[in-house]
Design a binder for this molecule. Structure first.
Ligand SMILES: [Zn+2]
Ligand SMILES: [Zn+2]
Length: 802
């Protein structure tokens, strides 16, 4: 039977299937670089891995084993049992393995066994999204272990069901926001549940990063404190995507010693993984005359070409594109190219995105399975629980930000037991450039760590108020919340009248509960509202709102683009309407920075490396509209926004003017050299910590009033800091070395978006001196000890030194 999809003719015969090596060969053969440089920078053969099954542990309750076996699990994988054994023995444990490695079972086994053994024991499960909690609930219901009565407890739970859940459910699935707003403040009503709390499961714990992660860290400490009041000390089981040092991150999050299990023992098919850098475009005569930097072919055009070739070769291919508009562009370009080659062939390519009706999506999925469709260009809507299997190849247009997402997307390729091809197509961006030239950073041990900072005073103070409102704070409690910084915060709160000291502890003095938002610091987040429907699309923290939501900005939400009609700062609302203009917007700003205090420093002679508090004043003053594709500037429009003050944490380095001169950076070139180094350093920080460019800011100057030296600052974009600058300081040598490599390995002459240009530069990328930046970084690296803060350098990067 043939499935018909509107506009898609039926398949003409079965598609020939090429092996990944042959397919890659064809793709490479057709790509035409004028200089004859291969776009393939690296090919990694990720070998097939046989699974390592182990027997069920003897302590596993028979009804639980029977239920899991009933779901088709004959034997667990080794990592599942390793994590389960630790949890069973009362060790807090984090399981950090790949997607689809069966992390759920690792917590289900000990948790459900405990519920079977003790008919009154309870388990609390936290997930970052309602959708994931609903998914886990379905899995638990299907397992059908008697007497567990699993239930989700979130904002959508009807009031009349809540009482029943508190009294009878023994496996409650909720989220940190609900824990913070409902469960902890109302702990008296949860007494019976908390008294018997055996396990706390924290799923997808790598998503708790930055300011949000710092808040969640305190919510978990509040949970531990309240549970202890009812006499329980639950064991924490955390599940994480693979990341650098998961034990350390989980320890910071929970405040407990956590053991990590990281050896993935689930089976996987072999994948050929190619790293692809689009060629530089031949220079235009006009550009040569104007000495404009050469640019690369856009990742979108390159992906469309590769997709075209893959379809011609008859392989089923999926291209991941970051925005919905980008996905549509790739699909359209591919269709056009195919129709030119073979009229009608273009109809076997479709775009796929969130927002399609369920029936349309199902029809597309079926068409892909039957071979009626050969290729899809998709946003990451596919990650949202759609099951597409049996693809021959996956093209990833632009690094998706974290290794976890990269592997998740690459994992879509591969028929059962078969081989697959994955290609990462680099965008014009320093991080993408670095990665395609340094495969060890992708395929070696991961270095990016989930960072958060529970000592952030803007998080700590409000959280201590919440804790005090739940039960008076004692001296002993303060150790739980971080010791000395917590004591200082409590004293400040007592002086300001928020808390009152009595012999039995510190009390919350107000009637209502403290109003604390987990998703930000410093002011209410700005709501993004669709004018026509009044629908709330999402929120943006105040700090980013000026640059992202100014009137006239193009705002992307889940791959859909909107135009901002009005940003109302007083009401913290941005009104938008859906629109797909053919331009993007880029805010311009002016920044001033002063050093408040120095926390730590490394004195390396003519070079200094510092971590400390700074005050940043930033004002978004105008924005540019640029044509999508060509990047041509259409116009620059002024904005009338107030300056924003930010006290935060920064890392900075200084060099003596003498050292700069000795390194061959002449005084007139110093500003451009420092500025270029700053941009690239910001672009590469996501290699060390899970953040993106928008979480961090920078400032460089040939002579700063506080350091009295040429200085490059990189600061956390969130009040009080979110851990990014601290991580940058701790890994400074590896971070700056990667930055230097990213710049020097870029084939451009004078700097391009792949190395030193920044899409969010407040100065329009001027001045920038690419070669000067390499000299600056060489001078800094030569002076710095390899382990500046005595912590670590990424092992993968250390390998890159050789
Ligand atoms: Zn470049
Ligand atoms: Zn800049």
């Amino acid at each position: 039977m043939t499935t018909t999809v509107p506009g898609i003719p039926a398949a003409r015969g079965a598609s020939a299937t090429l092996g990944p090596a042959e397919l890659l060969h064809r793709l490479r053969a057709r790509s035409a670089d004028p200089a004859g440089i291969s776009p393939v920078k690296h090919v990694e053969q990720v070998p097939a891995r046989p699974g390592r099954p182990v027997p069920w542990p003897d302590w596993a309750a028979p009804p639980v084993v029977a239920a899991l076996a009933g779901r088709g699990i004959v034997e667990p994988w080794e990592h599942q049992v390793s994590a389960a054994e630790l949890a069973r023995a009362g060790s807090h444990v984090v399981l950090a393995t790949g997607t689809a490695s069966g992390k759920s079972m690792a917590y289900q086994l000990p948790a459900l066994t405990a519920l079977v053994e003790d008919p009154r024991a309870t388990v609390l499960y936290l997930s970052p999204t309602k959708a994931l909690a609903a998914d886990q609930l379905r899995a638990l219901v299907r397992l059908g272990v008697d007497g567990v009565r699993p239930a989700t407890y979130d904002g959508d739970t009807p009031r009349e069901e809540r009482e029943w859940i508190r009294q009878h459910s023994r496996f409650v699935l909720t989220n940190p926001d609900m824990l913070h707003h409902a469960l902890l403040p109302g702990h008296a009503r949860w007494g019976a549940f908390l008294r018997r709390l055996r396990y706390v499961v924290i799923d997808e714990c790598h998503t708790y990063r930055g300011v949000f992660g710092s808040h969640v860290a305190h919510v978990l400490r509040r949970l531990r404190r309240v549970a202890a009041r009812y006499g329980s000390e639950p064991t924490f089981i955390l599940a994480s995507a693979t990341s650098g040092d998961p034990a350390e991150a989980a320890g910071r999050l929970t405040g407990l010693p956590v053991r990590a299990v990281t050896e993935d023992a689930s089976p996987r098919g072999a994948t050929t993984f190619a790293l692809w850098e689009p060629p530089l475009l031949p220079p235009e005569l006009d550009d040569l005359a104007a000495e404009l930097p050469r640019v690369r072919r856009s990742a979108l055009s390159e992906t469309a070409d590769l997709l075209t070739d893959a379809v011609v070769a008859g392989t089923r291919t999926l291209a991941f594109v970051r925005s919905r508009r980008g996905a549509e562009v790739v699909a359209t370009m591919t269709r056009r190219a195919l129709d030119e080659a073979v009229p009608g062939l273009g109809a076997r390519v479709a775009a796929y995105r969130a927002g399609y009706l369920k029936e349309d999506r199902r029809a597309i999925e079926r068409a892909l399975l039957t071979g009626d469709l050969l290729a899809l260009a998709s946003t990451n809507a596919l990650e949202l629980g759609v099951d597409l299997v049996g693809l021959d190849a996956v093209l990833i247009c632009g690094y998706p930000g974290t290794r976890a997402s990269l592997w998740q997307q690459a994992g879509r390729a591969g028929r059962a037991g078969g081989e697959a091809l994955a290609v990462l197509v680099a965008r014009d961006d320093p991080l993408d450039t670095y990665l395609v030239h340094h495969p060890e950073a992708l395929f070696g041990r991961p270095v990016e760590a989930t960072v958060l900072d529970p000592t952030n005073p803007y998080v700590l103070g409000p959280q201590l108020c919440c804790a005090a409102a739940e039960a008076p704070l004692t001296k002993t409690d303060l150790d739980l919340f971080g010791g000395a910084p917590a004591l200082a915060a409590v004293q400040a709160l007592t002086e300001s009248g928020a808390l009152r000291r009595r012999p039995s502890g510190w009390y919350w003095t107000h009637r209502g509960r403290p109003d604390v938002d987990l998703r930000g610091t410093g002011g209410a987040p700005v709501s993004v509202v669709e004018s026509a429907t009044g629908r709330l699309l999402g929120t943006v923290d105040q700090g980013s709102s000026h640059a992202m939501l100014h009137t006239g900005a193009v705002y992307l939400h889940q791959g859909v683009s909107y135009l901002v009609d009005n940003l109302d700062l007083a009401d913290a609302v941005a009104l938008v309407h859906a629109a797909e203009p053919d331009w993007s917007t880029h805010a311009r700003d002016v920044t001033d920075l002063s050093v408040v205090s120095i926390r730590e420093y490394v004195d390396a002679g003519p070079v200094g490396l510092f971590l400390g508090e700074v005050d940043v004043t930033n004002q978004v003053v105008s924005y540019q509209r640029r044509r999508i594709g060509s990047g041509e500037v259409i116009d620059t429009r002024p904005l009338d926004l107030p300056p924003r003050e930010l006290r935060t944490v920064a890392v900075w380095f200084t060099l003596s003017p003498n050292l700069l001169a000795r390194s061959g950076v002449e005084p007139p070139d110093v500003p451009g050299a420092l500025h270029a180094a700053e941009h690239a350093a910001i672009g590469l920080l996501p290699l060390m910590a899970t953040c993106d460019r928008w979480d961090i800011g920078g400032l460089s100057t040939a002579n700063h009033q506080d350091t009295e030296a040429p200085t490059v600052f990189v600061y956390d974009g969130h009040p009080g800091g979110a851990g990014f600058a601290e991580r940058a300081y701790g890994t400074a040598a590896a971070w700056l070395r990667a930055t230097r490599e990213a710049i020097s390995s870029c084939g451009c002459e004078t700097g391009c978006p792949s190395c030193v240009q920044s899409p969010k530069c407040g100065n329009g990328n001027n001045p920038l001196d690419k070669r000067g930046a390499v000299k600056v970084l060489d001078a800094v690296l030569a002076a710095l000890p390899t382990h500046p803060a005595g912590t670590e350098t990424g092992p993968a990067l250390a390998a890159a030194d050789a």
